[in-house]
Design a protein around this ligand. Structure first.
Ligand code: GNR
Ligand code: NI
Length: 167
């Protein structure tokens, strides 16, 4: 396994729309394993391939208490959504920034698992929030884009300054 470097906002590569995975093969399973290791090392609860500069529709997620319940979503598709819920979000690509975002409260998603087998999942709560956050990444969208332009500009300035100071 390998740790993959995570892109940081405002890197323009985070705005790439990912392509569907044509076949779930060993190359994709290796990507899934590396993403899971990277997510755990960064102490995140989800990671989209976009964040490690691989523009294919792959997501790993683990919202469990014990961090032993990896969920893999390849070519995820939102089937339905209902309700609204506001929750504080963070992102491994926007380190140190947290803010509230309103998303659907309950969703149904269809995807392929790491064997390429289709499954359907109904999600709510943190899992639903996190899945929508990850599916946005695959569309090239970062959660800060839901915030006001003023907040987005402040976040950009702050993160650019931080990069300069750690050179
Ligand atoms: O680790 C993460 N925590 C989180 C908290 C609330 C809503 C979404 C997330 S996802 C984030 C990891 C990440 O950046 N995934 O893309
Ligand atoms: Ni994120």
């Amino acid at each position: 396994m390998a740790l993959l470097p995570i892109l940081h906002y405002p890197d323009p590569r985070l705005h790439t729309r990912a392509s569907p995975v044509a076949e779930v093969d060993d190359r994709i399973r290796k990507l899934v394993d590396d993403m899971a290791e990277t997510m755990r090392a960064a102490v995140g609860i989800g990671l989209a391939a976009t964040q490690v500069n691989v523009h294919q529709r792959v997501i790993v997620l683990d919202v469990s208490e014990d961090q032993q319940h990896l969920q893999v979503f390849i070519n995820p598709r939102l089937v339905s959504s209902e309700g609204l819920s506001e929750r504080e979000e963070g992102c491994l690509s926007v380190p140190g920034i947290y803010d509230r975002v309103t998303r659907a409260e309950r969703i149904v998603v269809q995807a392929l698992d790491r064997e390429g087998k289709p499954f359907t999942l109904q999600a709510e709560g943190l899992l639903a929030t996190c899945l929508q956050h990850e599916m946005d990444h695959l569309e090239g969208k970062v959660f800060v884009e839901y915030l006001s332009q003023l907040k987005q500009n402040r976040i950009k300035t702050k993160l650019r300054k931080r990069v300069r100071e750690t050179l």
